[in-house]
Design a protein around this ligand. Structure first.
Ligand SMILES: [Zn+2]
Length: 314
């Protein structure tokens, strides 16, 4: 019999939550963490991320996504700089094809990336991006207190032992250094009402389903003080009815014709900088978002589909 404990708080009282893609999800009675139980083995998880036979395919998916996310990366770097002035050493933990830390390098950081599979090195080498490290944190053995910033975007939902990995990250971050981490949020209305289709959130890739309370609790428990916690995105009628429409990112995953070379980057940037053409409807939506949705639903009630935290090591 496998001893089941909550990967966040260690509580042994666990109740069944739901079954997704043939995997049992359970909920911790103490902190409400939802997670796949029994846990996949370390070998199963390692195989998911290291056994990529077709490097070109995965590299091209990341390339298509990067085109759409470059502004987000730059905004995130600005947010980090506002809280931690000066540009020091940054680690992009589980960096994928390395587009975030490449942006950080361009902005003047000594930025590094770590990833499990060799395909990530091939992706970085193809763009002449240096400081890509392949291996687990144990294998890479970075010096203690080396980094000023650790960036872990969409990572903790994949990890077998999220709290232990966070502890290892904390060791290589200097005192006063910053952690930026984001995960998909389980505390959303479609999830609560069982309407969510788990698009992009399915096991075995995702095995941890955090909510604002237990995500911040896990981060505080290993010695961080939370500077900012917020959620964003997803509060629209398609999601509420459980008919999640495809996001740009999902489209990028599925549509091989989206290519970094034939996408009209200038147009995307122009729209981001100047906004789309305003109609009365779009302006009304923007005002409602600013005065109701952002402050109440996303920040206060924490119901957005993306959950992000900025925390400082004490
Ligand atoms: Zn728990």
């Amino acid at each position: 019999m496998v001893l089941e404990i909550c990967p966040v708080c260690g509580c042994k009282q666990i109740n069944p939550e739901r079954i997704v893609n043939g995997y049992q999800l359970k909920r911790c009675v103490s902190c409400n963490m939802v997670f796949v139980s029994p846990r996949p083995s370390p070998i199963d998880i390692e195989n998911l991320y290291t056994n990529r036979e077709n490097f070109d395919e995965i590299i091209s998916v990341y390339e298509r996504i990067a085109v759409l996310k470059i502004f987000e990366y730059q905004e995130c770097l600005e947010k980090i700089s506002q809280v931690l002035p000066g540009k020091g050493k940054l680690l992009d933990f589980a960096c994928g094809a390395g587009y975030f830390f490449e942006q950080a390098q361009n902005a003047g950081w000594e930025a590094h990336g770590s990833e499990l599979g060799e395909w990530a090195k091939a992706a970085c080498d193809a763009r002449n991006v240096s400081n890509i490290h392949i291996g687990s944190l144990d294998e890479l053995n970075f010096p203690e207190e080396y980094f000023d910033v650790i960036y872990a975007a969409q990572v903790f939902e994949h990890l077998r032992e999220p709290r232990n990995e966070l502890q290892k990250l904390s060791k290589i971050l200097r005192s006063g250094g910053l952690l930026y981490a984001d995960v998909p949020n389980y505390h959303t209305l479609p999830m609560i009402f069982g309407r969510d289709k788990f698009t992009w959130n399915e096991p075995p890739q995702h095995i941890n389903y955090f909510s604002p309370n237990n995500f911040s609790k896990m981060i505080s428990a290993v010695g961080f003080s939370i500077e900012l916690i917020t959620t964003s995105g997803g509060l629209n009628w398609e999601n509420l009815l459980g008919r999640r429409v495809k996001s740009d990112i999902l489209n990028a995953y599925d549509n091989e014709n989206i290519n970094i070379n034939n996408i009209d980057k200038d147009n995307i940037y122009q729209e981001k900088l100047c906004g789309r053409k305003e109609s009365i409807l779009s302006m009304t939506k923007k005002i409602i978002k600013k005065i109701i949705v952002d402050p109440i639903f996303y920040k206060k009630l924490g119901l957005g589909i993306n959950l992000s935290v900025l925390a400082r090591k004490q």
